[in-house]
Design a protein around this ligand. Structure first.
Ligand code: ADP
Ligand code: MG
Length: 726
């Protein structure tokens, strides 16, 4: 027998026809690819697969029993054969349009076997379309399922058109028969493998495909998960390592500087979290290695002060600090609130400035040319100490005199590439320190994987005296009176001198025609441009109502925000432009229309806009969806807790993990088949420790050719994925 290796093309092992189907349907090209195509579950002969869990459209493989079968003659004289299979409770119909497959009444009541096909629905009957089957005891066929898996677990593979689960199993078995264990390179260090009691890679692969027991499946999974976790963590450890080897400007805290004076006049005491994170940042800014830290703190936890204090330390050290916000509204608001917080300390060059002071410069993409030119000049000459802006800031046209620190607010709108671009904005070989702030709490395992090139700190408590936000679901279809009540609650809040937000999923201007929901009879999502006049002339008549959305001209947006901040507008009807960072403490109520159109974290962010002052906040989630649906349960969950960390976990469970990794673009989808960010926390933590240790000793993995190869595969896959997207 010729020796087969993992790099060999499948065509040489399985033949052209099968190899073609595997490549077209599952993107499997090499022997290694096929061995990494793991079963997604296992079936047992004695155990019928629950039909209730199947999803329409899914390509399913089930163990079932034939209940009855009939042959009918259809109108055109053709023969149609139909069988009903069951899991003991529910039934599935399988239909064949010719007698070939059905032959000779093999599908007799009581027979058990594997059935595969696409799950469909015909009228009210659940069906398997284009079914394939293999009976456990079949007098007519030489190869039966019973022979193939005598007594063992039956691997069930993600299948594809033209190749069902057991055909894939045959391919895998054939391949495993032809490959020697020695031909499967094991990149793992023997010592570590022994320490962690993990099986060798070849053993793990054989066991995952052909397990004799669930214990074998378990040990194989442990090993395969480790490999994935370790590869990603090595990559991240290398990135961290490469980054810290670069040089940053040391910005030690200067006694008697602006920061000291700012602290002296702070009207409140910092929370424990603010102090702790502040101390960490102060120390890291002092180092000559660039800081690269993610601070996560729930909405309202006071991240702005933390960022400002870090920026002042940089300014005191003679450097500039830049703060990036995801939207122009937010950038303008940040500039305004930083100016307010700093008072005379931020008025350098103006009348009434403190003896030591700095200048805050706003720079956004759509500023009038003249203003922008002046801002660019100030930034380049070093007149600006703190620069606040949108992404326009990272464009090449902006040159800083002495950029020392970059603060990125609201990380979830910022990609890895943008962060990378920023790191290169320093002067010469000096890179700026980077502080990333996010209000979307990230579960630790995700932080360690997706944002694994950053160090992470969290601020968990809110400042004292913050009022709780009460959240309620308003089922407007079932209980229209509740919606009326919602509007009168808004009037009451305004009556008390407070303000309110109404959030809609859509803008509704000319550029934004309602999407035609093909086939679905749901009405289009509500739009700001319809709801605002509707309220002003209807339930909120007499109140000062205004609209705000992302496509308004910047100066108009700014004017509306200012008017709202000054309580000249009582009810602001807006899109999610207000989702992040908008801070108007007098706003106490929020109504979110079509709340079912928003994600869990987004709803949590949105409601964080109210209850920022001393009066209690109220958030109403309006939806037409009936109770009992998954979406309604999601809304109930948001209503039941204000713990952002808990909701983030929930959000993660709802979204597919691949989406999270995919959008963050670090760690690759292709690299994570077995590892679950939700459930494999222990493995991820251990892998991170070991990877950090190994990279510290051997940054380029020169001593570990196996690992280094795994890594280069991972990086390539990542690059390929990145190119795919652009
Ligand atoms: P976020 O973390 O959501 O960005 P902000 O930084 O906007 O929160 O802070 C929300 C509000 O809390 C602001 O009005 C801010 O001045 C106030 N604040 C921040 N820290 C404290 C504190 N330690 N004590 C009292 N109020 C604080
Ligand atoms: Mg903020």
């Amino acid at each position: 027998m010729t020796a087969v290796s993992t790099a060999d093309k499948l065509v040489s092992v399985l033949g052209a026809k099968t190899a073609k189907v595997l490549e077209a349907g599952l993107e499997l090209v090499t022997v290694g690819d096929l061995l990494r195509h793991y079963p997604h579950r296992y079936a047992e002969r004695g155990e019928l697969t629950k039909i209730a869990g199947l999803e329409i459209g899914e390509h399913a493989t089930v163990v079932a029993e034939v209940r009855r079968s009939v042959v009918t003659t259809s109108g055109k004289g053709g023969v149609m054969c139909k069988a009903i299979i069951t899991d003991g409770t529910r039934e599935l119909e399988i239909t064949f349009f010719n007698k070939g497959k059905f032959h000779n009444g093999k599908l007799r009541p009581g027979k058990r076997g594997l059935f595969a096909g696409k799950v469909g629905m015909f009228r009210t009957t659940l069906q398997l379309a284009h079914p394939d089957y293999m009976l456990f005891e079949d007098e007519f066929d030489e190869v039966t399922a019973a022979e193939e898996w005598a007594g063992a677990l039956i691997p069930v593979y993600p299948a594809t058109k033209g190749l069902n689960s057991w055909e894939i199993a045959r391919c895998v078995r054939q391949t495993l028969d032809m490959i020697d264990d020695e031909a499967i390179d094991d990149p793992m260090q023997e010592a570590l493998r022994g320490e962690l009691k993990l099986p060798a890679l070849a053993t793990a692969l054989r066991r995952i495909h052909l397990p004799a027991s669930y214990e074998e499946v378990g040990s194989a999974k442990k090993r395969l998960k480790w490999d994935e976790a370790f590869a990603v963590q090595l990559l991240l450890a290398q990135r961290r390592n490469a980054f810290t080897e670069r040089v940053a400007a040391s910005c030690p805290r200067r006694a008697g500087g602006i920061l000291d004076q700012f602290d002296a006049k702070l009207p409140f005491t910092l929370t424990a979290g603010q102090q702790e994170v502040g101390a960490t940042l102060a120390e890291e800014l002092t180092a000559r290695h660039p800081m690269h830290r993610l601070v996560q703190g729930d909405v309202g936890s006071g991240k702005t002060i933390v960022a400002l204090r870090a920026m002042l330390q940089a300014v005191d050290a003679g450097r500039q600090a830049a703060m990036l916000a995801p939207t122009e509204v937010l950038a303008a608001q940040h500039a305004r609130s930083l100016r307010e917080l700093l008072g005379d300390l931020g008025m350098a060059g103006e009348l009434g400035a403190a003896e030591q002071s700095t200048t805050i410069t706003l720079l956004t993409g759509s500023m009038p040319t003249k203003e922008k030119r002046q801002a660019l000049l100030d930034i380049a000459s070093g007149v600006s100490g703190i620069v606040v802006g949108t992404h326009a800031l990272i464009q090449d046209t902006v040159s800083f005199a002495e950029l020392g620190l970059v603060v990125i607010d609201e990380q979830h709108r910022f990609g890895v590439e943008q962060r990378d671009a920023l790191r290169n904005r320093g002067s010469g070989d000096i890179v700026p320190h980077v502080l990333v702030m996010t209000a979307t709490p990230i579960p630790r395992t995700v932080a360690m994987t997706v944002y694994g090139d950053l160090e992470v700190s969290a601020m968990r408590e809110l400042p004292q005296g913050r009022s709780p936000i009460a959240t309620n679901v308003v089922p407007s279809a079932e209980k229209p009176a509740w919606l009326d009540r919602a509007w009168s609650r808004m009037r009451e809040e305004v009556g008390k001198g407070h303000q309110a937000y109404v959030v809609c999923p859509r803008i509704g201007d000319d550029e934004d025609k309602p999407p035609k929901d093909g086939g679905s009879d749901r009405r289009p999502p509500l739009a700001v441009m319809d709801v605002a006049p509707g309220l002003a002339n209807g339930p909120l008549k007499g109140l000062k109502v205004a609209a705000l959305h992302g496509r308004m001209p910047p100066d108009e947006k700014d004017a509306v925000m200012r008017a709202f901040a000054a309580n000249e507008i009582q009810v602001l009807v807006a899109t999610t432009v207000i989702e992040v960072g908008v801070n108007v403490p007098n706003a106490t109520a929020m109504v979110i229309m079509d709340a079912d159109r928003f994600g869990v974290s987004q709803l949590h962010q949105l409601r964080g806009r109210v209850g920022r002052g001393s009066a209690p906040g109220l958030c109403l989630l309006v939806t037409e969806l009936p109770g009992g649906t998954a979406t309604r349960e999601r809304l109930d969950a948001v209503a039941s807790t204000t713990d952002g960390f808990e909701l983030a976990q929930l959000d993660l469970e709802i979204r597919r993990e691949g989406d999270i990794l995919g959008s963050a673009q670090s760690g690759t989808r292709s690299g994570l088949k077995m590892l679950s960010l939700l459930h494999d926390r222990d493995v991820i933590e251990l892998a991170r420790q070991e990877a950090t240790k190994l990279i510290a000793e051997d940054p380029t993995l020169a001593q570990q050719p196996g690992l280094s190869r795994v890594l280069s595969e991972l990086v390539d896959a990542e690059r390929a994925e990145y190119l795919d997207k652009s």
